[in-house]
Design a binder for this molecule. Structure first.
Ligand code: DLL
Length: 434
């Protein structure tokens, strides 16, 4: 028995989805042109009028929006409706420059929560479930989004927010949580903490986890699934487009379905802005088709991924995106070589190390240094220097064969790398490159 939250939309034939998208985009572009002076100026500069946009095919005529535009227009410059119609804001965790502030009307919140409800149902959630939400609440979208989705499905919702792992475990065990929602790095930490307290994976009632907000690999998925005894589902989203739930995994777990009745996705060449055909890797660009408070058109996410329209066994017809394979701006260039943190994680897990690591890049005498601090697994731990060095060299060689350059590996004691309750800090780049 297949479970969908909104089957008529999630499994609609392609033509029906196009029909919905075409109708929404015409209305949305007109609305944005009329209400958002900032974007109207961009359209005028490009010589595009609302009448030029007759279907989603025409979206490529519209100008892009970038995070920089959001900073310039901060805080109210991209509002799509009167402020009095908005009921909520959320904000990115950005540490540099101005934060991005996104506005929501009640209709926006309902749409967003429905997207999250689709994700929960796709992970097997029903009104019988107990959903433990340990994404952060507050300005971050993770907590509120999954919380709202859980309510819509009718689950018993535990609004834990992040942190206080002892309390998380106590509630999880005492209240028989069945679905866990948090960042994958926190899920891994909860798994570790359960084992330390003597629990085995079968001791909890969890059946699924809905993890996202940061990159994680297939290997990390397997490791979390094993430590918690669950099936782990990916969920994607960003503050600018509402939050989590823009895309989510179904049971096939071969990519995340984008909620195409609300978000139109394009893949572009990040250097030229050219739209790439399905199946090619590039930067993901979203147009929110019906958002009212913060109706971004052609917003460049900086996330690099691939779209696929291959038929999915779950019956959903919405296009799928791969996990973000990196960010066009997070990619490190070390000694001229492109390095993504996800590649490093893949090697670590393949070589039997836990996913607890930190990458440090610096520039000394005009040469990049590249160090990776990795925790020993309990089984590998050794206090013999020669053994430690042999492990470090073997891991460096495995990294070299994946990345093309060999980092200096520092194996450190288990639990010595600071754990994160939210998004993990994986990269410390000390180079002054600008
Ligand atoms: O991270 C929203 C979210 C909350 C998504 C909870 C999923 C779960 P921001 O803080 O604005 O919003 O960060 C958005 O995080 O552009 C990606 O680079 C990254 N990201 C989000 N989900 C994933 C994922 C939330 N599943 C930025 N895999 C995005 C990899 C992800 N990266």
């Amino acid at each position: 028995m297949k479970n969908y939250y909104q089957p008529e939309l999630e499994t609609a034939p392609r033509e029906k989805i196009l029909e919905i998208q075409n109708e929404k985009i015409v209305r949305q572009v007109k609305n944005v042109y009329d209400h958002v002076a900032y974007y109207r100026k961009l359209m005028d500069e490009k010589g595009v009028k609302p009448e030029d946009i007759k279907s989603v095919e025409d979206i490529k005529k519209l100008p892009f929006l970038t995070k920089e535009d959001l900073r310039v227009a901060y805080p109210y410059g991209l509002l799509g409706t009167d402020l009095k119609n908005c009921v909520r804001i959320h904000s990115t965790s950005g540490t540099t420059g101005k934060r991005v502030v996104a506005f929501y009307t009640q209709k926006d919140i309902d749409m967003w929560e429905e997207c999250c409800a689709r994700a929960i149902v796709a992970a097997g959630g029903t009104d019988e479930d107990v959903v433990q939400v340990c994404y952060g609440y507050g300005l971050f979208t993770g907590g509120s989004g999954l919380h709202g989705g859980s309510h819509k499905v009718g689950c018993l919702t535990l609004p834990m927010s992040s942190g206080n792992t002892d309390r998380q475990i106590q509630f999880m065990m005492d209240l028989d949580a069945t679905i866990l929602c948090c960042t994958p790095s926190y899920a891994a930490y909860i798994g570790e903490s359960l084992a330390e307290r003597g629990y085995r994976p079968g001791d909890n009632k969890l059946k699924a986890g809905i993890f996202g907000a940061e990159p994680w690999t297939e290997e990390m998925r397997q490791s979390i699934e094993k430590s918690l005894g669950i099936k782990a589902y990916d969920i994607y989203g960003l503050t600018e487009t509402s939050g989590p739930g823009v895309a989510f995994e179904c049971e096939e777990q071969t990519g995340m379905h984008i909620n195409e009745d609300h978000f139109y996705a394009e893949i572009i060449n990040p250097d030229t802005g050219e739209v790439l055909p399905e199946g090619e890797k590039g930067e993901l660009v979203f147009t929110a088709l019906d958002k009212e408070g913060f109706p971004l058109l052609r917003y460049r996410t900086k996330d690099i991924c691939i779209l696929s329209r291959k038929k999915c066994s779950c019956g959903r017809t919405h296009v799928k995106m791969t996990k973000p394979l990196g960010r066009s701006d997070d990619m490190m260039i070390i000694r001229g070589v492109n390095v993504f943190p996800s590649q490093i994680e893949t090697v670590l897990l393949k070589e039997g190390y836990p996913p607890n690591y930190q990458i440090e890049v610096d520039r000394v005498n005009n040469t990049d240094t590249f160090d990776i601090y990795v925790e020993f697994s309990k089984e590998m731990f050794s206090d013999k220097i020669s053994e430690v060095q042999a492990h470090e060299q073997a891991l460096s060689a495995a990294m070299r064969s994946m990345l093309g350059i060999g980092p200096k590996i520092h194996l450190v004691a288990p639990k010595s790398i600071e754990r994160s309750e939210g998004k993990a800090v994986r990269v410390i780049d000390k180079r002054k490159l600008v």
